[in-house]
Design a protein around this ligand. Structure first.
Ligand code: FES
Length: 109
């Protein structure tokens, strides 16, 4: 079950399927928390981040059309690779390791 977020022996946690990511454009897992995105600029094209804004802890949103993350609280912006573009945050988003096995997306926090 892809929605059961318990870690595997290798520490990777299933967060959803490729089909789900294709359909929704991003997957938010509030438990980890993790925000998984598809993007054309990074390689591999699936990336996962801790979506907690380093400024004051709001959850950033992925804007697929602009390929950037935006924080709804005070407007910090981050690139598709998590790097800080615009404050008030002082640092970027933490990236998680990702891998795909049999259409299941796995992340390691
Ligand atoms: Fe994100 Fe302030 S909490 S910009």
């Amino acid at each position: 079950d892809a929605t059961n977020s318990s870690p595997r022996p290798d520490g990777f946690i299933p967060v959803g399927t490729i089909q789900e990511l294709d359909k929704k454009g991003s997957i938010f897992n509030s438990q980890l928390p993790a925000l998984i995105i598809h993007n054309s600029k990074n390689s591999p094209d699936i990336s996962a981040f801790n979506p907690t804004c380093p400024h004051a802890g709001c959850i950033v949103k992925w804007k697929a059309n602009k390929e950037e993350f935006i924080c709804p609280c005070h407007g910090s912006q981050f690139r598709a690779d998590g790097q800080l573009m615009k404050g008030p945050a002082h640092q970027g988003l933490k990236a998680y390791l990702t891998k795909v096995e049999a259409n299941i997306i796995l992340v390691k926090t």
